[in-house]
Write a protein that binds this ligand. Structure first.
Ligand code: CTP
Length: 403
């Protein structure tokens, strides 16, 4: 999955012949799963039509501060557009637009949005070779880089003038590759290995029956997806569930029983920087597993159970550098029990679910958690979707590594 997936991109198109290439660029952004809004300078409309870009971006194209043809003229809020964006790209960026950006010469909507943008700004220059080398253009590049904007260098090749040299806007595929590489290099969990457990475990009674629980696995899968979005290498050890990961780079290890999960976790533990144990592991399993299906011969039937191994405790005991996060599901004395669990399992953080909170627990889309760290700092969170709880958990991981 591209790092551009789900990103909100504000594309500023200025008036150069390379503007026609923005049709492909927008298409590639959409294909990568990004949301795109386009601002065109008036001059750029001579090279590509707003209809083309609005059709491809599936959004209206913005050009003027208000729509002059419209009787009930609506003001285009450049601040709102700029704040909406996760990333702004000016492509093609002509010498004129670059100079206006460098000097704050705000005479069109694109520059107004640029000056309002708080997100990372990239620009892909496009002009003739002598313009590209002119001290005035070079001084715009220097200023913009000093502002923290990122230049996607022009390419060498045939130019609209018929001359050949440096100045061609980077090809749309290369712009996408540049953005992906740059964004990936800045992901906060890049280079970190995260082991996540998810789902229930099934403990066999006989070849057709088992002891299980209602865990859907959603919390653990959301954590794995969010961690990989932040650049982590993720191993997801999952008990039986129908869920699928969103990002194919996540290594999924499917397991059935608590013992399988224990083995898989210990196999990957040494290499991990972080462990997040979201699985609802069975605490007990049948002492004997019948080799044949048990027949209903007697009126009463009982199964002798034995304790499963506590995976998280065993990882806590083997902990070297790993940041260990566990979950606790409590119905009474929640905080005290969770604190005991932190000590007993040698955890760095516990995510406490209280079944007394409405919206928390198994088979729900939402969760209401309280974070307790190893120093017993308590942080109650709002009721949120499990995806947002996953984001909160990973914020804790990111802040651990940024200390
Ligand atoms: N856990 C584990 N292996 C087990 C049992 C639990 O790794 N055999 C992990 C879970 O994934 C979770 C945490 O430990 O992160 C939950 O701890 P547990 O002691 O099972 O607590 P609860 O089930 O919440 O409550 P109880 O104390 O009642 O068992």
């Amino acid at each position: 999955m591209s790092v551009l997936n789900g990103k909100k991109i504000l594309l500023g198109v200025s008036g150069g012949i390379a503007a026609y290439k923005t049709a492909s660029l927008v298409r590639l952004f959409i294909k990568a799963g990004a949301h795109v809004q386009v601002i065109m300078t008036p001059a750029s409309k001579d090279f590509v039509t707003p209809l083309t870009l609005s059709t491809l971006s599936k959004n209206p194209v913005h050009s003027n501060f208000f729509n002059q043809d419209d009787e009930d003229a609506v003001w285009n809020n450049h601040v709102e557009l700029a704040l909406w964006a996760d990333l702004m790209l000016i492509a093609p960026a002509t010498a004129n637009t670059l100079s206006k950006m460098a000097n704050g010469n705000c005479d069109n909507l694109l520059i107004a949005a640029y000056l309002s943008a708080k997100c990372p700004v990239y620009f892909a220059p496009a002009m003739d070779l002598d313009m590209y080398k002119h001290p005035s253009t070079l001084s715009s590049f220097t200023s913009l880089k000093q502002f923290g904007n990122i230049m996607i260098p022009a390419e060498n090749g045939e130019l609209a003038s018929g001359l050949s040299g440096e100045g061609r806007m980077a090809e749309p595929e290369n712009i996408i590759a540049f953005l992906e590489a740059d964004l990936e290099s800045k992901l906060p969990l890049r280079g970190k290995k995260i082991l996540v457990t998810a789902g229930p475990t099934y403990e066999a009674i006989d070849p057709v029956r088992f002891i299980g629980n209602h865990s859907s696995g959603k919390m653990g899968f959301d954590i794995a997806n969010e961690a990989s979005k932040l650049g982590a290498e993720v191993v997801l050890v999952a008990g039986p569930t129908h869920l699928k990961v969103k990002n194919q780079s996540i290594e999924v290890v499917n397991v059935t029983s608590a013992q399988d999960m224990y083995d898989a976790c210990h196999l990957h533990f040494k290499n991990s920087d972080v462990v997040i144990a979201a699985a609802a592991v069975a605490d007990y399993r049948p002492k004997e597993v019948a080799l044949q299906k048990i027949k209903k011969d007697s009126s009463e039937f009982s199964i002798e159970l034995e304790k499963t191994k506590d995976i998280l405790s065993s990882l806590g005991a083997a902990k070297e550098k790993q940041f260990l996060i566990g979950f606790a599901l409590e119905t009474e004395n929640e905080i005290e029990n969770a604190k005991l669990k932190i000590q007993k399992k040698n955890l760095d953080l516990i995510v406490l679910n209280s079944l007394q909170d409405e919206g928390a627990g198994f088979k729900k889309e939402t969760n209401k958690v309280t974070f307790i760290d190893k120093n017993f700092k308590i942080e109650p969170m709002e009721l949120k979707s499990k995806e947002f709880v996953a984001i909160d958990i990973l914020k804790k991981v990111v802040s651990f590594f940024s200390k």
